[in-house]
Design a protein around this ligand. Sequence first.
Ligand SMILES: *[C@@H]1O[C@H](CO)[C@@H](O)[C@H](O)[C@H]1NC(C)=O
Length: 426
Amino acid sequence: MNLPLALFSVLTLISVCEAYSIGFPHLQARRTVWQGTRFTKGLPIVGQANQRTQIVGQANQRPSQSFFQRFRSTKQDFLPKPTGRDEILINYFDELYSCPITIGTPGQEFNVAFDTRSSMTWVPSIHAPPRYRRMHKYKRYNNESSITYTTNNKNFDVIDDSNRITGHFSRDSLKIADVTIKKQSFGETLLETNMFRGTTNDGILGLGLSKLDGEEELSVLDNMVSQGLVPAPVFSVYLNRYGSGGPESVLTLGGTNPYYCEEEFTFVDLTVPHRWQFNIDRVQLSSGGGIFCESGCQAMVDSRSSFIAGPTEETRALNQQLGGKWFKGPQGLSNYKFDCSEVDDLPDVEFIVNGKKLSLSSRDYTAEMELYGETICVSRILSMGWRESGEPDWILGLNFMRAYYTQFDKGNRRIGFAKARSFPKI
Ligand SMILES: *[C@@H]1O[C@H](CO)[C@@H](O)[C@H](O)[C@H]1NC(C)=O
């Protein structure tokens, strides 16, 4: 399916900027909006806004039981049972996956982006200054209408990527995957610079390993374990493709759901304490072409990045060896492209992890888009641009995670990959 150009342009825009340091790609989406053939800053023009609202409405719908049931019924008997608790993730144009939660009693509903970087969960606050409340139509948490709210007297003011987030911590019941965590600490943000404008997402579900300075509260996952709601500090993620007609994306908290993968996990140990980072042995093409990251390099699985990013020289060489042609589109829309009729013939890109080959097919590492009425296939392996020393060489974002069911095992400090199950089209 074709991504709307407005959305797509943004993804590509970041490739040109600093893919890694920018954070959630859709953040940029809201700032750069396509008008005719130009990109301008500002709000969508009315026609587009309406269109998007419609699509967003669909994207935001929870699947009906019967939809889900269709797939459930095909489940083979020999599969082991899931070991955790499943929660559906809502796929926003393959750019962002959000998880429905409620906070408070009675529950106030939010959609929060699952984030493998930070461990902090936050939602916008009703106490935000009026001008922010007007500007961004997020759902906002109201402590006054929850009987389980307690104060936590701590403030935060952080730059999260390029976004400033300011607010205070609170405690309340948080319901996720049909269980209620008591006294969960979370951030109420008073200011968040445009993070999710225009999306159906309100805040963040922190599943990462990094903590804010001085932040000692337990994360959602840690609390689930300590309150006996799930067996282990593990979560696993199945991500579907937008518009594929397959089952919904699923976050399994506390374990894995083998229904979503086709093989055993390959595990690799984490190499740093504060990131889902690990060593890859090498990156190569199945055609026997180029070998990259020759003497090993560091990679990180990152739900904030919708694409795959690597060192500039290497990703350039890789795209060229695949036969990609560089094109300059309207503002920032520059990338390697392939002829869509030839995409199926392209070799796989293989990441060798702990001796095991994790292959991405061309359908995994390209995306179709329309440009000036022409359908082109663009690369989703982009240059990372600038990065700080000590940061990983490769970022394996959502494009990678859609191909590999990923298990994040905090208890054993390791990460596991198993080929995601493919579902027949219905
Ligand atoms: C709700 O939060 C505001 C802002 O932190 C605080 O001033 C107020 O006292 C809180 N309400 C209750 C009932 O605690």
